[in-house]
Design a protein around this ligand. Structure first.
Ligand code: URP
Ligand code: ZN
Ligand code: ZN
Ligand code: ZN
Length: 472
């Protein structure tokens, strides 16, 4: 059935204006003033913003990690995402050295297909470059529409790839039209510092942060950026946490290198001191890279404001405190890394960013949706409000005040890292391709309704951000 969303304030990365949106056949059919259609259901958005559905470029749903599996899967994870105003997720498909890439991709399809309530896509991890991998990559792009490859520079002896692999991945990405994503920390240095800490009997959660210093992130970020310049390729640095890494990205962009940076809510509002919470509670705040000294937060906010960092991901990778995080009692290296964020990513950026005057409303849309769609080859199908785009829309009340709590959260983990935080602004209703997933703050979606998205090559779309020079 057709729908008209009336009287909302429509916000895109470029504009803010009052208008009505006519939805037909999953798409935005018309935008205008005082629209009427006798066949359309009318939804009143008066007093609210209407945003393009947010896109989460960084999730790990039902992902094996550290001898356990992340708690939120494509069911709970995408339902929680929808509650938070996210209508597309791009999840990381892990691969195993020596095994066909297609096998891993098939596994990821199997765990998402009948569960996802919103549209979704995959990035593909590259752990090594072999003849077989080189043969498979063009098919990964053509047949699967996976146009972003992830290389881990950390997690030695688990996911970590060497510099040769990173460089060759950058070369292939350039040739094939893909964006290379890096987890940038110097894994060898971290490994050494971790061994030293354990030998000295330093086993508490805080040592997770102390053995992964900002210099190790800055160094790896700079190295990846230099290799990108050398390969004349394109790079996206995930979960940037500190000033050292921001500096390296800014430096590369100044040289004209195509280097993009993402940060996450946890680095914007939490800090290293959380790892020192008593009774092992610090384990709830174990991410890699780790939370940093508080002063880094203003550096990250400023980088978002000035465009040195361009996107916000959740890095959703949740584990229960009881039964999963506590695998690391007595040895911080056994704490599974990550946390439940997918639901609160958007409202945290709105509340802490827009409401506190750190970024504009249009920047908020750019950072949570538009830029992500452009970089990952789904613009303008996703990422904006325009005629012909998918009707992925968020009706957002900017004045609702709520306190974040595990009690009211829809994520599966048994704690929320932002417990007790007051935030202003909340999605009221969320539509995915013209159908309500959330209506009046209640889930009304359907498992398996989300479509798998094949994405365009990096730089392929005429409107793609890839063709805009980095702006400083
Ligand atoms: O701590 C984190 N970030 N967990 C998820 C895996 C990763 O490195 O992104
Ligand atoms: Zn093929
Ligand atoms: Zn990572
Ligand atoms: Zn991650």
């Amino acid at each position: 059935m057709k729908k008209i969303i009336k009287n909302g304030v429509i916000v895109t990365a470029a504009d803010t204006y009052k208008g009505d949106i006519l939805i037909e056949n999953e798409k935005i059919a018309l935008i205008g003033q005082d629209l009427t259609d006798p066949q359309a259901e009318v939804i009143d958005a008066g007093g609210n913003y209407v945003f393009p559905g947010a896109i989460d470029p960084h999730t790990h749903l039902e992902m094996p990690f550290g001898g356990t599996v992340s708690k939120d899967d494509f069911e709970t994870g995408t339902i929680a995402a929808a509650y938070g105003g996210t209508t597309t997720v791009i999840d990381f498909c892990l691969t195993n050295k020596g095994e066909p890439l297609q096998g891993s991709i098939d596994q990821w399809h199997a765990k998402s297909k009948d569960k996802s309530v919103i549209d979704y896509s995959f990035h593909l991890m590259i752990g090594e470059i072999t003849d077989n991998v080189l043969e498979e990559l063009p098919h990964v792009i053509e047949d699967e529409g996976i146009t972003s490859f992830k290389v881990f520079m950390a997690y030695k002896d688990v996911f970590q790839a060497d510099d040769g692999t990173l460089f060759r991945t950058l070369e292939e990405a350039k040739k094939l039209g893909a964006l290379v994503m890096v987890h940038a920390e110097n894994g060898d240095v971290v490994d050494h510092l971790v061994k030293k800490a354990l030998k000295a009997g330093n086993t508490d959660p805080i040592y997770h942060a102390l053995t992964r210093p900002p210099e190790a992130e800055g160094e790896a970020t700079g190295r990846a950026a230099q290799l990108t310049g050398l390969a004349d390729s394109q790079l996206y640095v995930v979960h940037v946490s500190c000033s050292e890494a921001v500096e390296k990205i800014a430096e590369a962009r100044k040289k004209g290198y195509e280097v993009w940076g993402e940060t996450c809510p946890q680095y914007l509002v939490l800090d290293q001191s959380y790892l020192e919470k008593p009774n092992f509670e610090g384990a709830k705040y174990v991410w890699s890279p780790p939370l940093r000294e508080k002063w880094n937060q203003e550096v990250l906010w400023n980088a978002l404001k000035t465009g040195q960092l361009q996107t916000l991901g959740s890095d959703q990778c949740s584990f229960d405190f009881h039964g999963q995080k506590d695998l690391g009692k007595g040895d911080f290296t056994k704490i599974p890394n990550g946390g439940p964020i997918i639901e609160d990513r958007v409202s945290l950026l709105f509340s802490e960013g827009v409401k506190k005057g750190r970024i504009t409303l249009n920047q908020f849309v750019e950072i949570t949706s538009t830029r992500i769609a452009k970089l990952f080859g789904i613009y303008p199908q996703k990422g904006t409000i325009s005629v012909g785009a998918d009707a992925d829309l968020v009706i957002f009340d900017p004045n609702i005040e709520r306190t974040i709590s595990v009690e009211t959260s829809h994520m599966a983990a048994d704690y929320n890292p932002f417990e007790g935080m007051e935030v202003t602004g909340q999605p009221v209703s969320v539509l995915s391709r013209g159908e309500f997933v959330i209506r009046d703050k209640k889930f009304v979606g359907e498992l398996g309704k989300g479509n798998y998205l094949k994405r365009a090559r990096y730089g392929e779309l005429k409107t793609s951000a890839a063709q805009e020079l980095p702006v400083n």
